[in-house]
Design a protein around this ligand. Structure first.
Ligand SMILES: [Zn+2]
Length: 269
């Protein structure tokens, strides 16, 4: 083969090889770009998804939050005719909420923890780990723990039998109510103990805040109703500093909707 032909062939080979290489490089670059694009899309989707989850979580927290339920009662329920109210939510624990001069008071974020107001120094162990909190006597969980202890010590009660009959695995507000209706001795004793603690704790808080009204809500509060709001008021009386001018005592009016209404009102703001 003449030299110029060989040179020409080599040149063509090199050119061809270069072209293939350039093509491969282009394909790789395009694929990388596409992957990057997909990655960005994926990140966007995940971000939007996370934002949605975060919002849903915030809504759920808000709905579960006692202070939001108290806000609902203040705006549309049992507290709507007042400017300053103290909400006490008597349920699994004892939560609270404060509206002062029409505005929710959150302190530095932890205000309203009325369940952990101390009603007896060195008293019963609270679910928070401390001693003598109001919740240690009045919280439904603490009362169940106490009831189980009492049964171990030989106390007689229908509480746990009622619980099983109704297919429950814990002492719900309804079980407590039924046991009280049956005149169950232990249930009556523990609820009385709870009402006394609520009287001391709420009266002490009233002495500090001087609210126009106290709203009693929560699973147990709403289940036991007006009769128990009255009993709490009676138990508060000896501890009120200004006892001739007690606050109005009201039962929460919105029930489970209170939290949802409060959350909706907050979102609306
Ligand atoms: Zn506590």
């Amino acid at each position: 083969m003449p030299l110029f032909r060989r040179l020409d062939l080599s040149r063509r080979l090199i050119t061809g090889f270069g072209l293939v290489l350039a093509l491969l490089l282009l394909i790789t670059l395009l694929a990388l770009q596409r992957m990057q694009q997909m990655d960005t899309n994926l990140r966007d989707i995940v971000e939007v998804h996370n934002r949605r989850i975060g919002f849903a979580q915030a809504m759920m927290n808000a709905i579960n939050d006692v202070s939001v339920a108290v806000q609902g009662e203040f705006d549309l329920g049992a507290g709507k005719e007042f400017d300053t109210i103290l909400g006490v939510w008597w349920g699994t624990g004892v939560g609270g909420g404060l509206i002062l001069d029409g505005k929710q008071w959150l302190g530095r974020g932890a205000a309203g923890e009325i369940g952990h107001v101390v009603v007896k120094r060195g008293g019963a162990r609270c679910t928070c780990g401390r001693r003598g909190c109001m919740e240690a006597y009045a919280g439904r969980l603490a009362m169940e723990i106490k009831a189980r202890k009492e049964v171990k010590r030989g106390a007689k009660t229908d509480l746990f039998q009622l619980m099983e009959e109704h297919g429950r695995d814990r002492l719900t507000s309804g079980i407590w109510e039924r046991a009280l209706e049956h005149g169950d001795d232990l249930a009556t004793r523990l609820i009385d103990r709870a009402v006394k603690a609520l009287g001391v704790g709420i009266a002490s808080s009233v002495n500090l805040i001087d609210p126009e009204a106290v709203i009693i809500g929560g699973g147990l509060g709403e289940r036991l109703g007006h009769k128990y709001v009255h009993r709490i008021a009676q138990r508060m009386h000896p501890h009120l500093f200004v006892d001739d001018r007690p606050p109005e005592m009201r039962l929460a009016a919105l029930g489970d909707l209170g939290g949802a209404i409060g959350a909706a009102l907050l979102v609306d703001e």
